[in-house]
Design a protein around this ligand. Structure first.
Ligand code: 7GP
Length: 871
């Protein structure tokens, strides 16, 4: 590896080589120096926040040593590199994860410094916990000081976070590229039952996990024009784009430690800042203030994450974000490639770029521009390189989420890129015409340019398919669906080999070990794996099967669940102004029924709350007809329905669903007659760190999307991995979860994806009304049972079902939903042993859904990349 340090200076560098802290004592020394030097504080004014900062700085020091070694190793061995481009990384907190993944040199020495066995499960974390105690701090409190890095909306962003964890753990030479938003997803407040958004200024207290690389500044241009020269060159030839606005992209690096490996990978997030170039015209006109203000606007590009999940909001600033990030990342990737002095034709052998949905599609165009305009490659030679480099993951089939950008906007912001898009499309359509002559319909259906709408638009998904060598969906059902619906024509054109499936996964380090330490401990004891190797090979969990009916083991299993339910009850109490929702004594025999995810009509939280209303009304009827409480409990045993999730700020129906949940909670929770047989609670501001408390506490979780709409779902995997059972529709990864854990261990119901079109057609043209059970619910709502001040408050929800075609098929699935819920009650309350058996068998067979498996599949079948193991 090259260096500018003269050879004779090396000795001094080596003599002062930085060292990790390896013992509690060394950690404490490091901690105190960060308190004093980094924070300029002392023993007299070190609060929990300062302790969090100093701990993180200390842990980061250790990670940085391995980070540097990892980068050096990767430079020296020069393997094929993987770049994961995602506009969202929903990381959550970093410290606890780092403590679990970090390895001190002692960890390595303890087990003889071999790469296979490596460290004991808890060594560093336990050591630091004790060391913190001696310093006068409680680790739990310190961990709680960290704000979530909430740079994502939901599933897509959290998937990217699990992926970087697994890529580091699998020793892949892989970087994530994203944006360093100053404001992550908004913080949700619930005021009078309504969602209110407040800004999430997460960088308030400086972020100890980021390393600013101020020395790297990539200039990014926008607007301007293309200089075609005197004799009007072809657009296929190298062209000059004269940008009209320029900003700088500065990277902030976040170390991503692997588990039981010293590999520490990089997540590089770009931040926008003004150039130091100065508009002299303005200055000379005495317009100094305006000239500064204009520069300041540069920063707005990375100011805020767009808060939409599964929905396109076609804003100019969003397109600017996308290009800013794609151009900066590509520049970085190309710069690194050029250092290797290899031929351009080898680019795809050196680099794989995965694009997380269509948000990074401009990277495809940008690479073509770099190769043609700047590196002067022939168009076709360049295009071959581009298409062999990129691969595209689709995350949704929903029309409203498919990205399309108006030609006028794209052409104004990125004039040269629009030309390139036209040319890409032109060559593509030539090929299609050759294969399927005279099929004008096909040509217009697959054209990257949509001509039918009032304004011509660029269809980003089509561009992504054309510019990639592989396209994948995120669960089997979803990958099949995209081939038969939204991308059908492309299967015809390219053949089906270009389309593949990689079923999503989640990292068991965060979602089992970190979120559920009690269960992790019980597992490692039971399968005799004190070093937690099962977290790397989740097939080891199948050993749990033999204890599924073992009464002693069942009791331990149940105790863990009880502990986690208590922990969630404590959190809810805190959020609920210190008031308990469920009496402590009743927690054990109360079924915790949880639905936490973004609020969306397709995810059908409305069906869940309708189900709660139905249960409430029926309980009331029973009581009014003279039934005793004991008789009611028999049919409807104790249950708490817990909801959580954010709505996009502009999504009226989703916000109304939140209001309905809170209004129902108001009525039900205060109904003396019902006692605490039924409770409803909406957890405000659902996020990753709350999910770590919520997920382990479920008895039952709900994954009840209209069949064919939820591409995969990943919280379904998290809940099962934590011993919760699922009530769900035959959708997304639920299908494969059923296959893995067995259909006896999941409560499936509802219509199948293949029947959805037919059912929708029926609603539209032969409206048969709603079933009686649902009518009862909707009537109560309409009569103001949950909105006494305003009977029509929830009319839009009622109308969407009764008068507007019930697009999400609530009326078609409602009865099956209700009866399946009753089945759940019966198993939970009448046959606890059976329930525990199902729970244990589920965990035993959930191994497939580790994101490690998922990343291995990407590496083998899409990236053709190999791990680079530390010596
Ligand atoms: C989500 C899907 O809705 C979810 O089913 C899937 O598990 C997750 O991606 C990860 O693959 N999609 C999004 O979050 C999203 O915004 C549109 O997709 C771009």
């Amino acid at each position: 590896i090259e260096t500018t340090i003269p050879a004779q200076s090396r000795e001094i560098w080596n003599k002062h080589k930085v060292q990790k802290f390896n013992t509690a004592d060394e950690f404490q020394e490091r901690f105190i120096s960060h308190v004093e030097w980094t924070l300029a504080r002392s023993l007299y004014n070190c609060d929990d926040l300062a302790a969090y900062q100093a701990t993180s700085q200390s842990v980061r020091d250790n990670l940085v040593i391995d980070w540097n070694k990892t980068q050096q190793r990767q430079t020296a061995r020069d393997p094929k590199r993987v770049y994961y481009l995602s506009l969202e990384f929903l990381m959550g907190r970093a410290l606890d994860n780092a403590l679990i993944n970090m390895r001190t040199d002692t960890d390595v020495r303890d087990v003889g410094d071999t790469d296979e066995t490596l460290t004991k499960g808890n060594t560093s974390r336990e050591m630091i916990k004790n060391a913190m105690n001696e310093l006068g701090f409680k680790l739990e409190d310190i961990l709680d000081e960290e704000p979530d890095a909430a740079l994502g909306n939901g599933g897509l962003g959290r998937l990217a976070a699990c992926f970087v964890d697994s890529m580091a753990t699998g020793n892949y030479p892989a970087w994530g590229y994203g944006l360093r938003y100053q404001y992550g997803i908004f913080a949700q407040k619930i005021i009078n039952g309504y969602q209110v958004e407040t800004p999430d200024y997460w960088l308030n207290f400086t972020n100890p996990w980021e390393i600013e690389r101020a020395e790297i500044q990539v200039p990014i241009n926008f607007y301007g024009y293309v200089d075609r020269g005197q004799n009007e060159k072809s657009t296929l030839e190298p062209s000059d784009w004269i940008g009209g606005e320029r900003v700088l992209a500065v990277p902030y690096d976040m170390p991503i430690p692997g588990f039981k490996t010293s590999t520490v990978n990089n997540l590089r997030l770009w931040s926008a800042k003004p150039t130091t170039e100065f508009d002299f015209k303005k200055f000379n006109n005495g317009d100094y203030k305006n000239s500064v203000e204009e520069q300041q606007r540069a920063e707005s590009i990375t100011a805020v994450l767009y808060p939409n999940d599964n929905f396109l909001q076609g804003k100019e600033l969003r397109l600017k974000q996308q290009y800013f990030w794609c151009a900066a990342s590509l520049h970085d990737i190309v710069r690194r490639f050029k250092k290797g002095k290899r031929a351009w034709s080898e680019f795809p052998d050196a680099i794989a770029i995965q694009i997380n949905d269509t948000h990074p599609t401009l990277a495809i165009v940008e690479l073509q521009r770099i190769l043609v305009d700047l590196e002067k490659l022939d168009w076709h030679e360049a295009w071959k390189i581009v298409t062999s480099t990129f691969a595209f993951t689709n995350h949704t089939v929903m029309q409203e989420a498919l990205e399309k950008w108006p030609i006028s906007l794209l052409g104004r912001l990125l004039p040269r890129h629009l030309e390139i898009i036209y040319d890409i499309n032109w060559f593509f359509l030539q090929d299609v015409e050759k294969k399927f002559p005279h099929d004008m319909d096909l040509l217009s259906r697959v054209s990257v340019i949509e001509e039918s709408s009032q304004e011509r638009q660029v269809r980003m998904a089509y561009l992504a398919i054309i510019g990639s060598h592989k396209v994948n969906g995120v669960a089997e059902l979803h990958s099949d669906l995209i081939k038969t619906t939204i991308f059908k024509d492309f299967v015809k054109i390219y053949g089906s080999n270009k389309f593949t499936n990689v079923t999503n996964g989640i990292t068991p380090r965060r979602w089992l070990k970190q979120a559920n330490p009690k269960l992790a401990q019980l597992i490692s004891e039971t399968i005799n794996d004190p070093e937690d190797n099962y977290l790397l090979d989740m097939s080891k969990l199948t050993q749990l099967s033999k204890y599924a009916e073992d009464e002693k083991f069942q009791k331990k299993w149940n105790d863990v669940k009880q502990f986690n339910k208590q922990r969630l009850a404590d959190l809810i109490k805190k959020l609920n102004n210190g008031v308990d929702i469920i009496e402590r004594d009743h927690i054990r025999n109360t079924l915790f029924d949880i639905q936490v995810k973004r609020i969306h009509e397709y995810k059908r939280q409305q069906m869940n709350i309708f189900g709660v209303i139905h249960r409430y009304l029926t309980m009331k009827e029973l009581l009014q007809s003279g039934a005793s409480i004991e008789e009611v409990v028999k049919k409807y045993p104790r249950k708490v329905s817990i909801f959580g999730g954010k709505s996009a700020p502009g999504y009226y129906m989703a916000k109304l669903i939140i209001k309905l949940i809170n209004s129902v909670a108001d009525v039900v929770n205060n109904d003396k007659e019902i006692q605490d047989l039924l409770k409803v609670y909406f957890i405000p501001d659902y996020n990753v760190s709350k999910a770590e408390i919520i997920t382990p506490a479920s008895d039952l979780s709900e994954h009840i999307s209209t069949a064919g709409t939820e591409a995969s779902g990943t919280s379904n995997m998290k809940f099962v991995m934590n011993g919760g059972l699922i009530i769900g529709t035959v959708d997304g990864a639920n299908v494969e979860i059923t296959r893995e854990i067995g259909e006896d261990n999941i409560f499936l119901f509802g219509n199948l994806a293949e029947n959805v079109d037919e059912l929708r057609y029926k609603h539209q043209f032969h409206n048969e009304g709603v079933p009686a059970s649902l009518a009862k619910v909707l009537d109560a709502m309409q009569n103001g049972a949950f909105s006494p001040q305003n009977h029509s408050e929830f009319m839009p929800l009622i109308d969407s079902i009764k008068s507007h075609g019930d697009y999400y098929l609530v009326s078609d699935d409602f009865e099956a939903y209700i009866s399946t819920q009753e089945l759940v009650d019966q198993v939970y309350h009448k046959d606890k042993k059976e329930w525990l058996k199902k729970s244990i068998l589920s965990v035993a067979n959930i191994g497939f859904f580790s994101s490690d498996r998922c990343i291995e599949e990407y590496a083998d079948t899409i990236w053709n990349a190999e791990p680079v193991k530390p010596e």
